[in-house]
Design a protein around this ligand. Structure first.
Ligand code: MN
Length: 272
């Protein structure tokens, strides 16, 4: 064994990671959508109430209110941009954890990338089925404990346009990919995943209000202590297996979710 990754008598896994970062053996990939007033966000139909978008409010900018510094108030809904859904977000998880209560160990884990971008290209209402996950497992191995299933749909390519990202039809109905009821149940009850990550504005399909139960990914995952992350980017840079994902929401006490920074660690040179 390489003595540089041994401390005392035990090999240090973290030392190996540090060595990888320093020697360009570990690359850090940012999976986060930049957060601004232009970030595409969910628009609920009437009569439901919407969150506010993200915005910055200037308090001082090296001027009279603060001559040596610049700082802002931030205004934002919880479920804005790349964000995490905590169990208490959904009625089925109302007795569950708020975003501050999620153990950090659940927020770091193996990233499993399932690519259905070809299916979504021809059908924006595509719903992931358990058989797609089973096919993936046949090729790459069983989904590991504490993993995050990251569903690559190619939706990221629409993120420059709110209209294309939400993809509402003439009746205001959004069309974007999601999960079948059966797949949401399987992930929630049978898998050992910590959660799922998606490129779209929410973890359910755009038309999921018409599924039974409505919004099955929210219904089953959040009701079974699984979590969701949304509006991910750069999933194309990840291998199907072998990456680690780091999900970092703000620990908002009582919060049902939070904008999050999401990184992946993959083999390869770090661009810094
Ligand atoms: Mn959400």
């Amino acid at each position: 064994m390489d003595s540089s990754i041994v401390t005392g008598t035990r090999p240090s896994a973290v030392a190996g990671l540090i060595g990888g970062l320093a020697s360009s053996g570990v690359r850090v990939v940012d999976l986060t959508t930049p957060l601004s007033a232009d970030t595409p966000t969910l628009e609920l139909p009437q009569p439901f109430a919407n969150l506010i978008d993200f915005s910055l409010e200037e308090v001082s900018a090296y001027n009279e209110p603060g001559p040596f510094w610049k700082h802002h108030n931030i205004h934002t809904g919880e479920h804005i941009g790349t964000h995490l859904d905590a169990p208490v977000h959904w009625a089925t998880g109302r007795e569950g954890k708020d975003v501050a209560g999620i153990e950090p160990g659940r927020l770091v884990g193996p990233a499993l990338v399932l690519d259905v971008s070809a299916e979504v290209e021809s059908n924006p209402d595509f719903l992931l089925e358990t058989r797609h996950i089973r096919d993936w497992e046949a090729e790459h191995g069983e989904l590991p404990d504490g993993g995050w299933l990251l569903v690559r749909t190619g939706w990221e390519s629409r993120s420059g346009s709110r209209q294309e990202f939400l993809n509402n039809d003439a009746n205001g109905m959004p069309h974007s990919p999601g999960l079948t009821v059966e797949c949401a149940q399987w992930i929630a009850r049978e898998s050992r995943l910590s959660g799922i990550g998606v490129e779209t504005v929410g973890i359910d399909a755009g038309a999921a209000g018409g599924q039974e139960p409505p919004f099955p990914a929210h219904h089953y995952l959040l009701g079974n202590d699984k979590y969701g992350i949304t509006s991910l980017r750069n999933l194309a840079e990840l291998p199907p297996v072998g990456a680690v994902v780091v999900v970092a929401p703000l620990p908002i006490v009582g919060g049902t979710g939070s904008p999050a920074r999401v990184f992946a660690l993959v083999d390869g040179p770090n661009a810094q």
